[in-house]
Design a binder for this molecule. Sequence first.
Ligand code: PGA
Length: 267
Amino acid sequence: MIHRMRDVIVAANWKMHTTPADAGELAVTIASRTRESAVTRVICPPYVALATVRDALANSDPDVGIGAQNVHHEAAGAYTGEISAAMLAGLATWVIVGHSERRRDAGETDERIGLKLGRATEAGLRAILCVGERAEERDAGAAEKVVEAQLRGALAAHDPAILSRAGLVVAYEPVWAIGTGRTALGSDAALMADAIRRTLVQLGWGSAAEDVPVLYGGSVTAGNIAEFLAEPTIDGALVGGASLKPDEMAGIVARASLTARARLAAS
Ligand code: PGA
């Protein structure tokens, strides 16, 4: 059951794809194929393409949000090659935090991800916090426990009122579904969305837990998005591979607009 009307969000995670030379055109093409005011659209290009995408969208479709794919956990300092939240001012209004590829390749811990959330929020960035279990954890029946621990580790030190006001989004991305072509079942993703909001309640979020958008991510395409959006507890998708393909994005956002419009009509 939908407590209050939650936004429907489709966020594109371009990962380490595109260059400043081609990202603007791709963003404009995707924007023009997904023009749908009921759906919150976000594109997260690589850092070096943020300015190009910002400028390209400012002229063609300023409704599309722009996000970074990561942010450093410290405000400033001797961190060669890193990007702070303050540096993203004017370039992005969203940021992905705790993606499983960064947990895996950059050794990001839940505590560090929690610090990143703090930096993002202080800088006025809207964070998409990624959580999700690995295959062996799901096979062992520990999926919910793992996700709950990730949430506790990242969120326990934060004031729920501040993160709630900042519009925190949680993306449930089972690691085994990312880039594999194998998705979770819609029903399993919906159970996880329930578990995520239950954990938020345990962390002191109260009724604000019901207002937190929960996205599904992991091999989402135009062909399978309906299974996830059929679940009232799922509020959209974080899309990787398919987000580089305008046809796929057009199909995903078209399906998302049905859910968004149905929610608007019901509210
Ligand atoms: P995928 O990636 O859609 O390519 O599986 C999703 C993600 O990692 O956010």
